[in-house]
Ligand binder design. Structure first.
Ligand SMILES: Nc1ccn([C@@H]2O[C@H](COP(=O)(O)OP(=O)(O)OP(=O)(O)O)[C@@H](O)[C@H]2O)c(=O)n1
Ligand SMILES: O=C(CO)[C@H](O)[C@H](O)COP(=O)(O)O
Length: 439
């Protein structure tokens, strides 16, 4: 069967990004260079050992492939992204594109091997495709759907090198030495590790080079080959330029890789915290003491603070800059007015479409002025509030900090509170949704 593009494409409105917008970091290649990408996503993920193909496995409740698409679509000079998906997963893939608002995506049917899936993607970009909205690119980037952390700078490096050399690919130093066993299971010889490299993705090619290579290659290549750069060398005599890649380019293969991917994402989205206070800036404000302690807990984390509406910089701006962690410090009021206002703004912003947003509503318990039972009665509303916003991927939990008159005891409570806040932000554990923790 000649697979054609099946024509799914995301809505125009872009979702939030972890870093930068389209083309925010490195300069785009010459405007005249037409670049497209092909993502093979038709594997079954046998080595992962779970029934769901790994590209559809959830990471922070979002399928892994959505992170890879996000990484590619934020690069505005990549005009089209063709994804090869098996027929049985086609509807699921369309659902992912719709739900996470991915753009510039076309779907083609995958083949039974990775090389065949890539070839199907390349065919969809060929000149002679009837009714196709795709056009033949000068350079095509090939990237595995299960390598979610590809950055714009490496995409730019391989695309630029492909334009000059015909082919280019990312490499990494070998972690282990490669050895060759003999038929009897003994060591035949070992390779000198320093002279070899691991071939990773992304790779890029002049479209005409890689398409010609796939057209000429043998069934054996299509069945057992694992290296596109090798096809370009063998069939088109093009020697690929090798480009040093980052450690995060590794391919999600085993179950533990999903945990590693989740940790990396959690770390990235916890780098900026916004503290919203319910009073104007005041050095003696208990919220500021809490902020100082939080900064001690979370090294290298940017903390922005201020009252809602004019939080030093406008909260809308902080949301636009993709801050996914909010601490709402309520000193003046005993209930959730301020937290509710913040939640409303977050709901309107659609910030939580791609990543879970953590909101910690902080309250203080001063036995002298408020009765414990009364305070608790008010605060138990958090359960209902949390339930409502959970549907929007906002993880709300509460923290009640004991506010004694004794200065030393107050410092201890604040320190404990800061530790709890830091843990909730770093872990993003949904078990704490709607819980009221006490420091
Ligand atoms: N017939 C296939 C086989 C693989 N792939 C894709 O090629 C990429 C890299 O392949 P690999 O890690 O080997 O994926 P799987 O084949 O799914 O994994 P396994 O070998 O463990 O079964 C993945 O995005 C995978 O979905 C594909 O598009 N079509
Ligand atoms: O790294 C790569 C290219 O060099 C490929 O991702 C890798 O070769 C895919 O192979 P497999 O499907 O056997 O895991």
């Amino acid at each position: 069967m000649e697979p054609g593009p099946l024509g799914a494409s995301g809505p125009a409105e872009p979702g939030p990004r972890v870093r930068g917008g389209c083309g925010a970091a490195p300069a785009a290649p010459a405007a005249s260079l037409a670049v497209a990408a092909v993502l093979p996503a038709g594997g079954s993920g046998e080595r992962m050992g779970v029934p769901t193909p790994k590209q559809f496995c959830p990471v922070l409740e979002r399928p892994l492939i959505s992170y890879t698409l996000q990484a590619l679509e934020r690069v505005c000079w990549i005009k089209d992204i063709v994804v090869s998906v098996t027929r049985e997963n086609m509807e699921a893939m369309k659902g992912i594109i719709q739900k996470y608002q991915h753009k510039r995506i076309s779907l083609v049917e995958a083949g039974v091997t990775r090389h065949r899936s890539i070839f199907n993607g390349l065919k969809a970009l060929a000149e002679d495709q009837p009714d196709s909205k795709l056009s033949k690119p000068e350079v095509v980037i090939i990237h595995d759907a299960v390598r979610p952390f590809v950055e714009e700078d490496i995409l730019l490096k391989v695309a630029t090198a492909a334009k000059e050399h015909g082919a280019a690919g990312a490499i990494r130093p070998l972690v282990s030495t490669v050895i060759s066993p003999s038929a009897d299971g003994c060591l035949d010889h070992s390779l000198e590790r320093a002279r070899h490299r691991a071939s990773e993705m992304p790779q890029a090619f002049l479209y005409d080079v890689i398409y010609a290579a796939y057209q000429q290659c043998s069934d054996y290549d299509l069945e057992f080959g694992t290296e596109c750069l090798q096809l370009a060398l063998k069939y088109c005599h093009v020697k690929a330029k090798l480009v040093e890649g980052s450690p995060d380019l590794w391919k999600v293969t085993y179950k533990r890789d999903l945990y590693a991917a989740e940790s990396i994402i959690k770390e990235r989205i916890s780098q900026h915290i916004c503290i919203v206070m319910d009073t104007k800036e005041d050095e003696e404000h208990v919220g500021h003491h809490l902020e100082e302690m939080l900064k001690n807990e979370l090294n290298h984390v940017t903390v922005t603070s201020g009252p809602l509406g004019h939080a030093g910089r406008d909260l809308q701006q902080i949301i636009l800059e993709q801050c996914y962690s909010f601490v709402c410090v309520n000193v003046m009021t005993s209930a959730f007015e301020e937290t509710q206002k913040l939640l409303n703004m977050l709901k309107e912003s659609h910030l939580s479409v791609l990543y879970p947003v953590v909101v910690i509503s902080v309250h203080f318990l001063d036995y002298k002025s408020v009765h414990f039972d009364h305070k608790m009665e008010n605060l138990m509303q958090i359960r209902e509030l949390a339930k409502e916003v959970k549907e929007r991927n906002i993880l709300l939990c509460g923290l009640l900090i004991y506010y004694p008159q004794d200065e030393q005891k107050l410092q201890d409570s604040l320190r404990q509170g800061a530790t709890i806040i830091a843990t909730l932000i770093k872990e993003r554990n949904s078990a704490f949704i709607g819980q009221l923790l006490v420091a």
